[in-house]
Ligand binder design. Sequence first.
Ligand SMILES: Cc1cc2nc3c(=O)[nH]c(=O)nc-3n(C[C@H](O)[C@H](O)[C@H](O)COP(=O)(O)O)c2cc1C
Length: 414
Amino acid sequence: MSILSGARIIVGVAGGIAAYKAADLVSKLTQAGALVDVVMTERAREFVAPLTFSALSQRPVWADLWEPTGAAAARHIDLGRAAQLILVAPATANVIARLAHGMADDMLTAIALASSAPLVIAPAMETHMLAHPATVANLATLRERGAHIVPAEPGRLASGEVGTGRLPSTATLLGAARLVLGSGGDLQGRRVVVTAGGTQEAIDPVRFIGNHSSGRQGFALAEVARDRGAAVTLIAGVTALATPYGVTRIDATTAATMRDAVLAACVGADALVMSAAVADFAPDAVAEHKIKKREVAARDGADMTLRLRRTPDILSELDAARGQFPGLVRVGFAAETRAVQAAARDKLARKGLDLVVANDVSQPASGFGSPTNAVWLVRRNGELTELPLLPKETVAEHIWDEVVALLPTRAARA
Ligand SMILES: Cc1cc2nc3c(=O)[nH]c(=O)nc-3n(C[C@H](O)[C@H](O)[C@H](O)COP(=O)(O)O)c2cc1C
């Protein structure tokens, strides 16, 4: 279950042109199971009608602190107390200034002042407003006070100019909310390394040997670790997936570069989950220019023979050098098409792993690119747990549960 499920979140919407994008944010948060109370500034209501937000959140929208029934005035303290997170998106230069100076002259600023919930601010405005020393200083004040600022993005602005000031995508804002909500989780203070995606081994400048890995399981592992408070390094092979918010991504698209990246990232790390599909063999030599049929025919006849050499075995190298990685919990993946459990046990023993996550990739719903996975968890003591077909995020939760259980034994293992 996602960290957003059941979370009490206040979305503050200020009066900027990006206010309409907050509708998508509220919709996605609500779909993820969050209880969203939308609080709008007076100016925000010039841009989007409150009805849009109340329909999407299925809850009342709070806007006017002074409305005559007194309901809003009575509720603002309760709302602030109940909230686990206040996310202001878009945050105007004006609302940032008022928050920085502790003003409480409307519903949103009064709630922010009355609440001890973490504050996430997503500024969106013209480049010059964002770069103005007043806005820079106000954001610095809020950051020093513990607010999390989601950087505005570069691109085309409403004015037609190109510059920094766009509200980040809904996916980024959701990632920021998840990161902050999960910052006190059971991986807090831990540094973890996750590999994801497939490698490509060049044959010539245009061709390669690759595999079908999409990176979805590894990216889900990285997101869930972040949601549980870890500092995450994601070493990504070939994948079309966007970098999860708050995760440090290192691209490594060959077995050799991935080996170097993993060995470097694991120094001082608490856990490595190696879910990337790394090539076992690579072309012995990479042709300098595109290989031509007629050149091959002239040299070797019609068919071409490709000689392959072994690539570095990352987990075995890590095991051989384990003295350099004291206490590192090591998790491997075994993507198999037959005798899956036996292959997983063999891999665990040969590579000195703590856990192997095995799956049968010949099954359509747990194969490459699917949003679900059915895995066996094979432990060092020989125990085995078979998980049913689950979303890859849920599989990731189970894997981190195993890692968390292994972490307290670090000192002993070191
Ligand atoms: C059409 C229009 C677009 C605006 N867009 C932005 C914006 O993107 N960011 C911003 O900081 N202010 C923007 N403003 C200025 C704010 O609306 C103004 O500062 C207002 O007082 C903000 O009130 P609030 O912070 O209480 O919502 C815009 C104003 C207009 C008229």
